[in-house]
Write a protein that binds this ligand. Sequence first.
Ligand code: GLY
Length: 366
Amino acid sequence: MSDTVLHVGGAAPYDVVVGHGLAGRLPEVLGEATQRVAVVCPDGLDDVLAPVVAALDAAYDVLVLPLPDGEDAKTADVAVRCWEELGRAGFTRSDAVVTVGGGATTDVGGFVAATWLRGVRVVHVPTTLLGMVDAAVGGKTGINTGAGKNLVGAFHEPAGVLCDLALLETLPRAELVAGLGEVVKCGFIADPRILELVEETDPDALVAGSPVLRELVERAIRVKIDVVVADLKETGGAAGHPGREALNYGHTMAHAIERAESYGVRHGEAVAMGCVYVAELARRTGHLSDAEADRHRSAFARVGLPTSYAGASFEELHAAMRVDKKSRGSQLRFVVLDGIGRPTVLAGPDEADLRAAYDVLRGAAS
Ligand code: GLY
């Protein structure tokens, strides 16, 4: 099957390519003006790194920058180390960074590229489903600090994104399923065909290499592209649409759960629980019908994601939601749906509704 090229318009246009075995495309994305390429990749991903380095070696001076795994890579120390290596290797404005890894690698590698000489080109090669449908597209980069997660960063759009579906073959099942959390979310905020595909397909058939998984990935990336092209810097959308904030559907509660669980829950799992929670809130506040709210629980459950949460107390989660980036002053704000595919903002809901939705999420009420 041929590769799919999804074009991202705007001031700095680029392509997201979806296909199998894409490393060979790197030179065509990087071009001839580039001399040096820094490949940022978690230590130990040798099987994935090898074809990338092989594709680059003939045309460029390649510098591999190994990173710690996962969120441990998203620190100021790691960024400093990368800057120092780029300095030692004489990286100029026409040189480039390639990230190979999951969302954390994309975030820190993108941040290093955004800041070195005030911005050099970066190409993302995401190796997880979550990275393909979320982190690699749209130019958000960042690191974590003592002040919080992702509070330091920059918008820096990539020069290209290569979503190589062959890389999903070795992804643990739980990671693939977690990535589907963001895919299903895209179905609810913008593309109901995603929900139909999930509902029509045997969940065991959603494996790397399946045409349905590929269609889901491409549809979710299209949703993300459409949203970021309309509102790259998250300043707000047109005609009542919350703009890029819509991508954070379910994330207010998801972030609170992740924090309460000391980040021991996968992001896509927390998103599933967060979407079920906010759908319940939308049902209670007259935004969603019973059937639309119930569809949240069934769609996320169908792909194997959790749809209830009986961990932290309401008080703990409520306090965590207050420090969410979407909050303004003391008022909580949620992206809710006015029907499937129609996101809007619900500001300052009653605490009674917040609490009642929490009881449903816990399975303590219906
Ligand atoms: N992950 C949400 C965004 O890219 O805006």
